[in-house]
Design a protein around this ligand. Structure first.
Ligand code: GSH
Length: 227
């Protein structure tokens, strides 16, 4: 059997590998998906391919490995230049998209995991931080349908998983992080992005992700997924 030119080491339950899959699908790139048993049973091959962070996702293109999902998405857009454009063409818009993706990684994700993993007063503090961060993030959307404009782009891929995962965390913890009162534009975007065919058809089963998240919650409380 010959190895596919493009392989993605990921996990069925990882939002970070899913965002890379979305980029590959938008470009129409054929790839082999290698499912890693994260976090307890990483393969030797993954550790060899990504000795620095030892995390998924790792894209392997023509035997060359590349980690970090947002870096991978840019690499995909730069390498397969035909067809769907993921990054905005205009340099200023491109820089803005990168700025907001960084804001989301630095502010929205830690606060969201904080809500999911902390309890009591500490959770309430994280909830307030998360709600403020999402309200701020909403500014990047404004009156557009998607962060990328009329169609999904880089920032939609970077944060699209929120639309699927946040309601699951909200349900498990009986809290509201993104709602019509706090961030109505973002909440409406949740529905819009989940309705995009490519996104809708590539999501893992909700009940499996729900169970998996609940199952890992105690482990993540001791070893944050963001460490
Ligand atoms: N910043 C990284 C985050 C990747 C990440 O956190 N991957 C998790 C799975 S979702 C992982 O491999 N965890 C294994 C570990 O922490 O040992 C990216 O965007 O690629």
């Amino acid at each position: 059997m010959t190895e596919k030119e493009v392989r993605l080491f990921g996990s069925w339950a990882s939002a970070f590998s899913l965002r890379v899959e979305w980029a590959l699908k938008l470009k129409g790139i054929e790839y082999e998906f290698v499912n890693e048993d994260i976090p307890f049973n990483k393969s030797e091959e993954l550790l060899r391919l990504n000795p620095v962070t030892k995390k998924i996702p790792v894209l392997v293109h023509n035997s060359k490995p590349l980690p970090e999902s947002l870096v991978i998405i840019e690499y995909i857009d730069d390498t397969w230049t035909e067809g769907y454009l993921i990054m905005p063409k205009d340099p200023y818009e491109m820089a803005q998209a990168r700025f907001w993706a960084k804001f989301a990684e630095d502010k929205c994700i830690p606060a969201t995991f904080g809500v999911f993993l902390k309890e009591g007063e500490a959770q309430q503090k994280m909830l307030q931080e998360a709600r403020e961060a999402f309200k701020t993030l909403e500014q990047a959307l404004g009156s557009k349908n998607f962060f990328g404009g009329d169609q999904i782009g880089y920032l939609d891929l970077a944060i699209g998983w929120y639309a699927f995962w946040i309601p699951i965390y909200e349900e498990i913890e009986s809290v509201s992080i993104v709602d019509n009162k706090n961030a109505p534009l973002l909440k409406a975007w949740f529905s819009k992005i989940l309705d995009v065919d490519m996104i809708k058809t590539s999501l893992p089963p909700r009940d499996k992700v729900y169970e998996f998240s609940k199952h890992l919650q105690p482990h993540w409380r001791n070893a944050s997924p963001l460490k």
